[in-house]
Each structure stands twice: as C-alpha cells, then as structure tokens.
Design a protein around this ligand. Structure first.
Ligand code: NAD
Ligand code: DAU
Length: 338
C-alpha cells in the first residue's frame, strides 16, 4: 500500500506513521505536512531514515501542491492535518476555516480527480457538542459543535459525506475522544500540566475543573485508525473512545501525585468561553465492525506518558524555545518539497 498521510509531524499523525511502518512492512508512506507551530519533524526522528518513508513539506490549503502530489498515485489518504487546539480557535478562527474545511476539500477534490480508492478523515467527538451527566455520543447523534474548532471539523465531516453521496468517493470518518500520550504539543491539558509540574509551575484549571473528557491513549486511537482504514465501510463513521471518563481536576491531581508535587500548584483560572461540559463516547460500532477495542487503562497510560515526558524533557524545552525548527533545516533544508 502506498499511503498519503497529512499532518504526520503532529501528535497523532506521528504516532500513526510510526505504528503503520512498524506493523505494515509492505507499506510506503508519504507525509504531507506544513510544519505549522504544531508540526515537529523531531517527532519522526529515526523514521525519517526509513526508505519506505518520505516527507513532503506543503499545505493542504495549497490546491496545486496537493493535486501535484496526489497525482503520483496512492492507494489511500489519511487526513490528520488540522488546526487542533480549541483555545486558539477562539482567538483566530480563520486559520481553522482554511485548514480544516478548505484544506479537506482540496484533498477530497484531488482524491476524486485521481481516483484514490480510500480516504479516511480524522475527526473528533467534539462535533457532537456537549453531553449532560448521563448518556453517550453515538455515530447517529446529531452534530452540535459549540466552538469554532469543532464547527470547522463538523463542516469537514459533512463535506466528506457529501463527496461520498454525490461523487461516490470511497471515504469514511473516525471520531475519537481526547487523546494523550507521547509527542503531544504542550499546550493541551495533559502535556501542559505534566511539564508545568516538572518545572514547579502552576497547573491552570479552567472554571471549576469538573468538565469531563474521555481519555484515549494515542496508541489505541492509532490502532483504531488502522482498523478503520483496512476494514471500515465507505460512508461510515466510527467513534473511538477510551472508556476513561475523568473530570479535569482529577487528571490534574493525578499528575501532581505522579510528579511528587502538592495541590498548592493547582491554579483555578477563568473558564474557557463556551466550554463543553462532558464528552463520552459509545464505541460498540467500532468494536462490532472493526474488531477494535481500547486496551490502555488510563492510570497506566498516564503513568507511562508522564515517564515519557520525564525522559524527553529536552523535547518539551526545544518546543518551548522554538529550537526544533533547526532540526528540520539540518535534515531537510530547502530540498524538502516533493
Ligand atoms: P496537532 O496539532 O498535534 O498536529 C496537526 C498537524 O497538522 C501538525 O503536524 C501541523 O503541522 C499539520 N498541519 C496543520 N495545518 C496544516 C496544513 N494546512 N497543511 C498540512 N499540514 C498541516 O494535532 P493532533 O492532536 O495530532 O490532531 C490530529 C487530528 O486528529 C486533527 O484532525 C484533530 O482534529 C483530530 N483529533 C485530535 C484529538 C486530540 O485529542 N488531539 C482528538 C480527536 C481528533
Ligand atoms: O475531544 C477531542 C478533542 O480533544 C480534540 O478534537 C481536540 O483537537 C483536542 O485539542 C482536545 O480538545 P479539548 O479542548 O478537550 O482539549 P484540551 O487539552 O485543550 O483541554 C482538555 C480539557 O481541559 C478541557 O475541558 C479544557 C481543560 N483545560 C485545558 C487546558 C489547556 C484546563 O482546565 N486547563 C488547561 O490549561
């Protein structure tokens, strides 16, 4: 299989590229990534020397670039590329509209034009909106996105399904809950709190800290993405959740405990505007149709993740200093286009 992955230098994309190359020896992967602030080539250190892997620096918003690359011929496209941070979408939504909606449409157009036989859109449980204390998101739950980020992801999902219906392209969607694990950019809750705890800095808790997220280890999600790619049906949506619902405050407390810090580091701050209260995913469909189930219990996954950040503190500090870009210059330089 010759696979085009977009956003492979980000958190989930880089974990996916590693897993796919490791477990699918016959596959080759081209990774299209714009290297935004969130794209870090260091996330694929080592992999970048694998002859089955190639990096193509470019944006999914660049229609001509996307078309030229897809024209090469691929058996599948997996679209991870996105602006992914809710807080940033509150203050700069336009980039989210460009990348998450227009970028996805550019990929769909190229897939249609060049008859790519498989297109997997990586989406999110946030498209369903917020839940009361009871109940779960099912694939049939009506979309009700509440913030600019999730609104753009919902629009992209609708475009994917419209291309299936109208043009018959072989596309499908996974919607996962909150991922955590190695290589997550330290602006998201878990890596931010872990790195702050190491440095003895306050852990910001939005509002009352009782918002609930369902935590899914990134390796479980990537196995689910592979299963959907290989076994999922055209036009279908698959929810992927961890079965680990936790209030944010208890996640922060667990991080303090694991890092040997006390609760004086908890810092209650102003709530995120429009903050979704609870996400919870029903993934019986993925279990039934893809044979997928999450395997990593949150407490074990969190401990392993904290260990990873402890062992890779230089990775965090290079991101914070912006230094990781020099890795790209050294390894790829100007010759990194396709
Ligand atoms: P991330 O922010 O860590 O990485 C995004 C990657 O996309 C980066 O490498 C970035 O350089 C690249 N990118 C951004 N704009 C681009 C463009 N215009 N052209 C090409 N590349 C571009 O994101 P992530 O957390 O790894 O999320 C990956 C996908 O999974 C996203 O689509 C996100 O919506 C979805 N998702 C994430 C989570 C989560 O908890 N992180 C949960 C559910 C779904
Ligand atoms: O549910 C899937 C979504 O999960 C993905 O689609 C998004 O790409 C991903 O960023 C994530 O969105 P969240 O907004 O849930 O993730 P974040 O890590 O930003 O925040 C998790 C929760 O923690 C949320 O309720 C806000 C809260 N929070 C976050 C930060 C960064 C805090 O209380 N303090 C913080 O400092």
């Amino acid at each position: 299989m010759k696979l085009l992955v977009t956003g492979g230098c980000g958190f989930i994309g880089s974990n996916f590229v590693r897993l796919a190359l490791k477990t699918r020896p016959a596959w080759t992967i081209v990774n299209l990534d714009a290297l935004t602030y969130a794209g870090n080539p260091e996330n694929l250190k080592g992999v970048d020397r694998d002859p089955r892997y190639r990096f193509a620096k470019g944006s999914i918003c660049d229609e001509a670039f996307v078309d030229g690359l897809v024209k090469e011929g691929f058996q599948a496209i997996v679209n991870f590329a996105a602006e992914s941070h809710v807080d940033r979408s509150l203050y700069g939504p336009s980039e989210f509209v460009r990348t998450n909606i227009q970028g996805t449409v550019n990929l769909l157009e190229a897939a249609k034009r060049h008859a790519v036989p498989r297109f997997l859109q990586i989406s999110t449980d946030e498209v369903y909106g917020s839940l009361p204390p009871e109940g779960f998101f099912h694939e049939t739950t009506p979309l009700h996105p509440n913030n600019p980020y999730s609104a753009t992801k919902a629009a992209a999902d609708q475009m994917v399904l419209a291309y299936v219906h109208t043009f018959g392209i072989e596309a499908l969607i996974t919607r996962s809950s909150n991922n955590y694990g190695p290589y997550q950019y330290p602006e998201k809750l878990i890596p931010l709190h872990v790195s702050n705890a190491f440095e003895g800095k306050p852990l910001p808790v939005y509002g009352d800290g009782m918002q609930i997220r369902d935590w899914l280890h990134v390796e479980d999600n990537c196995r689910g993405v592979l299963a959907a790619l290989e076994k999922g049906k055209k036009g279908e949506v698959y929810n992927l959740g961890g079965g680990n619902e936790r209030p944010n405050l208890s996640v922060a407390q667990a991080i303090l405990k694991h890092t040997g810090r006390d609760e004086s580091l908890l810092q209650y701050v102003k709530d995120r505007p429009g903050h979704d209260r609870r996400y919870a995913i029903d993934c019986t469909k993925a279990n039934r149709e893809l044979g997928w189930t999450p395997e990593i219990v949150f407490e074990k996954g969190l401990a392993g993740t904290i260990d990873w950040y402890r062992e890779n503190r230089e990775w965090v500090s290079r991101i914070k200093s912006g230094e990781y870009r020099s890795y790209y210059e050294k390894n790829y330089g100007a010759a990194a286009g396709r």
